[in-house]
Design a protein. Sequence first.
Lengths: 573, 412
Amino acid sequence: DFNERCAQCSEVNWGITDGGRFYCRSCHNVTERTREVVNTDFISNTRVQTISKGLRKQEKNGESCEWYVCEGFQLVLKKQAEALEALGVCPQMKDEVLCNFWRRYLQKSKQAYCNRTAGEAVQALSVCDSSTDVDSEPERPSLLHLLSLSESDGDLPTDCSFASSTSKVSESTSVCSGSVDGSLYLMKNQKEKLRMTMPMTLSFCYMALLWLREPMTLSELLRFVVEGHIPYFNVFLHFPEKMKLYGLDLKIFCVESWPAYEEVYNKMLELAAFLDLPRFPDITDSCFLHPNLLCMKYLMEANLPDELHHWTCRVVKKIHVGEVDFLTLVPGNKSTRSVKYDILAVAVIIVVLKLLFLLDDHYEWLLSDFAEERNKNNNEGGPYFELKKWYKVIKCTLDAEQKKLDEEKAKDLWRCDKPLYYSVEKKAKVLKRRQMVVNLQNQFGKLSGSLRPAEKPKPSSFQLRWSEENADGNCFHGHSLKGILQEKCGLLTARNPEYWLCTLKLCSEKVCGRAAHYREMDFPQSYHFVLRLFAFLLRIQPSYIHNEVCVIEHKLFNKKLCRKPKYKTRLKR
Amino acid sequence: SSHEHKLNFGKSKEMCLNFIQDAMLQKQWNRAAEFLTFYAEALEKDFSRDYMGPSEIIWRIGTEILCHHSHSGMKEFNSFIEQMKTFGVKRYLKVCLEHSFHLLCNGLVDEAYQNLSLAESWRFGEHTAIRDKEIKLIQAYKGLLDYYSWSKQKNILLEHDEDEFEDLSVEQEMHSYFRKAAVNLKEIIKIPGVWDIFVKCYVDLLEFYGDDEEARQVLSEYAYNSKFPANPNAHVYFYQFLKRHGESKKSLISALKILHDLVPSHELMINFNTMLQKSKKRKNRRLGLQVIFAVLDYAGWKENVKAWSCLARQVKQIVISDKHPDWIEQEWDSRKDWWPAFHFSHYLAKKNWQENKSLSYEKALVAGIILGKDCKYFRYVSHQGCKAQAKKFRILKKFVNKHIPVHLRISG
């Protein structure tokens, strides 16, 4: 790293231009000092000495170079960090936090920055036809075997035509992968070393965001990925020309699934433990990720009255989910349940809705009518909140947005113009197919008048926006809850005296994988509706939120549940 | 687990396909085309052994869209189809054939012919039995177009006066088309299948050139070879041929007998019954009764005067001659439970009388003979008829009164 003071402003705040030169971030003074390309994008490989038989050969025409899989991932992370910075995340993430996490990972997984142990001779299949080098390796795996071992997503393993051509490959070692160690990467059981995958890059990003306590939840991060603001799909487009990608690299770097919340999250936990990270910076009540603040955000987005915030804070306090020790991540601590901030926040909101409105497909509508009646004689400033009106507005919006989202998902393009192929024999076929696809897209695009537009939607934290300035009265933020509350001893309490538990008994997460199982038909439609609403905002399945709701309810009514051995489906609060 | 809800490439394309299908069903061709552009990349993962993979789906959907979209013309269609041909060796011949159909539907006969010729000479891909059959089919359609050209030349020839000079070239052309057509048509009809149009054209050619033997052989094979699927039309063609060539009643009857077995409600059954009634052989007359009863089992014939008059004539004839009344009994036995309601209800009596007096006369005759003078139908119609002072109804009434109804004999 470059630590000299800037000639112009004496600061030590360096960045790197596209040309690879150092420039001062404070005064934008560009130096002549360049970083070697190898250093920026590639790690200097301490492994070189241990690679047997001089596998490092350069292609004669110098158009490709040898690269290792972890170098590829490093590039991916760099691009992702840059994208996050463009979205407003602080630059520390890219320059410090993520870098350090990554270096530590490389160290721990013994891919760099360490001395290789003796038994770790790299048995990589080479890029070039090096039949002289890799003669009779007794355990050289066949390509077919490697394909079947990989857990990666999508249909890549079922590429029958590829499989049929592999019989020849074990003889000649031509083109198994562009990277030097692609086959090795897929082959060994790397569980103890936490093998890097594409979804795991997002785990890294999220971990860094969490460390910095950036105001971006995991669901937001994943949404930005799907919307195309963060490189993930076809990320190899960002690889430099010299890094050729083919064969088994495809299984490693080509993604054909949308990133899944649970997977990214769980990997993050694993990663944090693997890296032996200490306790993360505290999540206090002034952090965006604190349930009080997140609830506020989601209440706004769901067009619910601001007054509900008071209630969410009460619930948060009562079940102690607002405490620093509860919210802060301590890696490796398996005794406490780790926190999914976004899901927690929306679950709290749903519990509050159940507390106030019951949501049994009956009482909430009565209450709404009651509020409507009271609204007629309402002399106060703002109207009382009527659930019916809210429901109509939100349902309309939700259905329209969901439909839009479904259409957008159906229009997702997974492939791109840079063709990828498993082997040179396949190249011609792949190119031909690609050409055909492009022709079809052109022909039918012209016909429908919709040649693919290049613009992505602008990234935004809020998917739904409601404004009180709109004359149509569709914004419920300022509405009062007084219509559904009553005064008792000078305090406003809920009219609703009852509550129903989503589940009487929680499953063990270790056994079942989750605390509760959701079936839409078992629950009231109003409940399903609010689940659906927040599931849309978070882009996850309703069952995940339901899961969290069950856990919260059990915390909230813990005493009552313990006290009364006979269960009732409804509780008096 | 997180894997359940993970949407992958395949599912994403499935969603896309659903949108395409919805748009097509609602005839929103623009929208369908738009989604097709997003579906196209499914080709890049077309490794499936599914019944219908992405390339076939794209071919068929693309064809539909281009057929219906207002901005799409033959040029776009042809260019699309040419692409589809180059992609997917196994499907090449099928695409060519369907392309030809499309060209024919748009009146581009020459282009269709060229297309078929090109396809015929295509020699790539694996040599399979299916491919052989597809080539034969292509050749057959080519033969059909040759027949069409032959037919045109023939008409020109027939219209001309005796002008040798002009006619010579026309005649030569005509013969050349004949040869080409005959060769191909002959081949396809050897393969078991339903080849109505090919057979008809081929027979037409043969008959024109006087090769009746061959024509007869072809039609007979087509109708009677058990390897061929049961096809009523085959028997119709054979019958028509026999009739054209003045064959014996016996052969005509045997040809129509099979048709009766296959399609009892066929319109030729009326002719059949007429023929059989006139026959001297008892078993033929018996068959005739069976045939006409079978025809009237079908709702489509309920109000057909001719059919009823055939039945009436035969039934009356049997009663008068008093020979084989058991024939009627036998036919009636399986029908006694449902024919009265089906044909002879009071409602139908009124309806028939109002709409078609001849029909009601014939039906009343049958009803009166079989069910007796007290049956609803007969009573109503004969009453109405006598009221209207129609002479024949009075005769009818007298006739029926004279004879014991058949149905009583059955129970008796």
